[in-house]
Design a protein around this ligand. Structure first.
Ligand SMILES: Cc1ncc(COP(=O)(O)O)c(C=O)c1O
Length: 450
């Protein structure tokens, strides 16, 4: 059955296949980001607009990759495109401070509750690197407490226990000292966090994705955030929200605004730069001031936190980011995206129910997650939210082969999703996009059922 889906995918995408033959000679696995890896070969895309994109064979797709979550306004929002076009004619890199970066940061400070001060980076991984460095320097402590399944970028300090090796074993290339500096806890287990904070005094900060790993694949809810805020305050430990996905998506001020829980520091990327490369840390002024030069050579040399980066707050990303954030602040964008998410999840679950299959589609806000269950698993969506379903089932529980079959099947039917498996929906996806997705999913399930 599912071979039929793969065959249909291959019949539809010969040019993607031909490009892959070249790409695999050049890139490991033929891709430039692990998330784009797909067997028998990845889709090659030629252009995109709104909630849709077109591959190199000219086939059209409803897009739920959304620029890896960066595009809450969809592809090529006219105001963002125009602003960037205008900026290109004024220069792409001044090697100097500029007013745009200031306006961009001031916009973040207006929108994000924890943001007294901001520093820009070039990606979410860099924001995570800098955020952890700032936290360690401020606290003069070495350890970071984080949660298995939560992803904070691909740098060595966090690239284990997140997407693979959930037992905390470092993958090849990552040294033991990084493992020693991480205290890994289970998501949503406040007792385990409290015990860790109570039993040691070397933890600088607790970091998490505030709606749970991979935008709620392993969901976390407000109560856990409130408990974390209380316990970190009690033990004098910093609380960091990784809002790289949730920032400017869950609500204009991110998950911290939605849940009314203010962390000490937050990490941003994706939407913050309006679909262009960029990231930021934002938080308490006294924290970010560990980067401030003083009239004191020994402070500057020994204690100050250094931070460089050629493309930090480059004018093109600044313009795209500022334009996007203003639209998000003024136009009920997050409400629309969240509403689209709910309509899509309901439509997909209706299809599952009609077909009587043991699958679930769940998620919150503008995210959705597919969960194909095996015969003896009788979970419901509410089991996922009350913690009954083990994390190992939610993240890492579906084989790569199954994910690739589902993805190829959906692509064959005109829909592109992320390998969570699931995706994000934008504010500009239409009812027609959602209807088409439900019909495509129905045909894929028919093939799976057969
Ligand atoms: C929650 C989270 N943190 C950090 C990152 C890393 O961001 P980037 O890919 O911009 O390095 C990601 C990327 O997907 C993410 O989802």
């Amino acid at each position: 059955m599912s071979d039929l889906l793969i065959e249909k995918y291959m019949a539809k995408t010969p040019r993607s296949r031909a490009l892959y033959q070249r790409a695999r000679e050049t890139f490991p696995s033929g891709v430039t980001h692990d998330t784009r890896y797909l067997m028998p070969y990845p889709l090659s895309v030629a252009r995109a607009q709104g909630g849709r994109k077109w591959d190199v064979d000219g086939c059209e797709y409803v897009d739920y990759f959304g620029g890896h979550g960066a595009l809450i306004l969809g592809h090529n929002h006219p105001e963002v495109t125009e602003a960037v076009r205008e900026q290109l004619s004024r220069g792409t890199h001044y090697g100097a401070s500029h007013e745009l970066e200031l306006e961009w940061a001031e916009q973040i400070i207006r929108m994000v509750p924890c943001a007294d001060k901001v520093r820009f980076t070039s990606s979410g991984t860099e924001a995570s690197l800098l955020g952890l460095r700032v936290a360690r320097a401020f606290q003069n402590k070495s350890k970071i407490l984080r949660f298995t399944t939560n992803f904070h970028g691909w740098h060595d300090q966090v690239a284990f226990g997140a997407s693979t090796s959930f037992d905390g074993t470092p993958p090849s290339g990552i040294t033991e000292d990084h493992v020693e500096n991480a205290v890994l806890c289970e998501p949503n287990n406040i007792d385990q966090v409290t015990r860790a904070l109570d039993s040691r005094d070397d933890i600088a900060a607790v970091i998490l994705e505030p709606t749970g790993a991979s935008f709620g694949r392993v969901p976390t809810q407000g109560e856990f955030l409130r408990q974390l805020r209380a316990v970190t305050r009690e033990y004098g430990v910093l609380l960091i929200f990784d809002e790289v996905i949730t920032g400017f998506r869950v609500a204009p001020g991110g998950a911290q605004e939605y849940y009314g829980v203010t962390p000490d520091l937050a990490l941003f990327a994706k939407i913050v730069a309006g679909g262009f490369p960029g990231g930021a840390i934002a938080g308490r002024a006294d924290l970010l001031d560990v980067m401030t030069y003083r009239d004191d050579a020994s402070w500057n040399d020994r204690y100050r936190v250094p931070h460089q980066g050629t493309f930090n707050s480059n004018p093109v990303s600044a313009r795209a980011g500022l334009t996007t954030l203003k639209i998000v602040a003024e136009d009920e964008i997050t409400e629309r995206a969240n509403q689209n998410g709910e309509v899509l999840r309901n439509a997909l679950n209706d299809v599952i129910q009609r077909r009587g299959l043991n699958w679930l589609v769940y998620g919150e806000f503008s995210g959705f997650h597919f969960l194909p269950l095996s015969g003896d698993q009788t979970y419901t969506c509410s089991d996922i939210y009350d913690g009954t379903v083990p994390h190992s089932v939610l993240k890492g529980g579906i084989s790569m082969k199954q994910i690739h079959q589902l993805r190829c099947g959906l692509i064959a039917e005109g829909v592109d999703v992320m390998p969570w498996p699931g995706g994000v929906i934008s504010a500009v996806h239409s009812d027609a996009d959602i209807d088409q997705t439900a019909q495509a999913f129905d045909r894929v399930l028919e093939a799976f059922k057969a």
